[in-house]
Design a protein. Structure first.
Lengths: 252, 252
């Protein structure tokens, strides 16, 4: 029901390698995924099997020490959502005031649609439980934050699966975690990581909204790569690779 | 060179929907991705175009306010890697002592292979730069950690792209960030998030290593889903969905 593959995420031998076409499908998913804040199709419900596949994809993310520290709170209830929306409105107001010294940017910012809490089909709050299978979690002994990192990997799996299913996902982060904690009755040892709005969409934008409106440009790939150490933009042993990164830049 | 799709991640109209087969490819990638600590093919170099595609996939992750706060430090140099390995050995020793009260578990833990720093083809340190396009970053005004979350989404993209390319990735987190900071000359305002070891592998394991050896079981999907609020395992408006989650459980 979940997919042709074993529901536990085991892989058959044919899973060993990917054809060129299969690789292209993955890249297509990655490049066409968007953070969606509009274009939701009102009233179109996500079928149960689709939602289950998306959640199962999230559940098969890597996790530090196999701790699987995530939970997914599925929210349809409009009164709960309305409370979350109030938290957004309060936090949004605060954020607007941070641009009081830059009226032009403030106006642009204020004009942006930044959430679809009420009009999306469902909301999902993804949380991190630091006590799951603890306190000794393999790989979490030196860097405690790795538990949260696992939850983020799950969110990205969910996002890509949703994209392939034709479902838009918008991550609303202009919220107070204390509010989410109260509204959703989340205990103290559990931390809200993401508040996602999901639903079928009319279209996926060609480019990220903030790139399209010129808020920020996409950085060149070469500018986020370093060689051997921080800030080093070239290296003898990486010279061929540096060249193709440069070539890629000039042929964008 | 990067892929058939536009290198900027734009999507053509044919990108709008995915066939059943295409969806299966994404799920195959997600389910067969592994955290790899052995089976690296010694001496097999990752071709430049493959590495570029993997990094480009990472660079097309979602990021809060389109801030793209990541950097990728590519490391081939064996003397640098040896220093990172020393950090691992120190931190590993500390972690072993945390199990002094549970000798049986300690022995099992000590027997695990937890890194491939020296024998993998390359290492990649993925970092978070909190100053990138800041200080006002859309969506980061209420929850500062969302910047780090973006970097984790990039790591998951990288991981999935690598899997499709036949390349294993192992995330080594038994390290001191202070050591990484010194060894890789990472400035204070930049935070190491992940230290990854990449290379072609002989095989991808059928199951996660820690599941296979019985360290921890995979949780049932139904046990990480809540309805409307934390801890609620059923709900009237979710009754049909609850049923299929239960059905899925009994038919694993």
């Amino acid at each position: 029901m979940i997919s042709n593959s074993n529901s536990e995420g085991n892989c058959d031998t044919h899973y060993a390698s990917f054809s060129s076409n299969e690789k292209e499908v993955l890249y297509k998913t990655i490049f066409s995924r968007r953070d969606v804040r509009s274009h939701f199709i009102s009233g179109r419900v996500i079928p149960n099997d689709v939602l289950l596949r998306i959640l199962n994809a999230a559940h098969h993310a890597p996790s530090v020490g196999f701790s699987q520290p995530w939970n997914f709170i599925l929210i349809k209830d409009k009164s709960i959502r309305a409370q979350v929306k109030e938290s957004f409105l309060r936090e949004h107001k605060k954020s607007i005031s941070m641009l009081d010294d830059d009226i032009q940017r403030q106006e642009k910012y204020t004009s942006l649609k930044l959430e679809s809490i009420m009009e999306s089909s469902i909301n999902i709050c993804v949380t991190y439980d630091s006590t799951r299978f603890g306190p000794f979690v393999i790989g979490r002994t030196s860097i405690a934050e790795t538990g949260v990192y696992s939850v983020c990997c799950a969110i990205q799996n969910l996002w890509l699966a949703a994209r392939a299913e034709g479902i838009g996902v918008g991550w609303v982060s202009i919220l107070a975690n204390e509010d989410l904690q109260k509204i959703l009755l989340i205990p103290k040892h559990v931390k809200p990581i993401a508040y996602l709005c999901l639903g079928f969409v009319k279209e996926f934008a060609e480019k990220p909204d903030l790139e399209k409106i010129g808020w920020l440009p996409r950085m060149e790939l070469g500018n986020v790569i370093c060689y051997e150490q921080w800030g080093v933009s070239t290296s003898h042993s990486w010279s061929e690779f540096c060249n193709i990164v440069d070539y890629y830049k000039t042929n964008d």
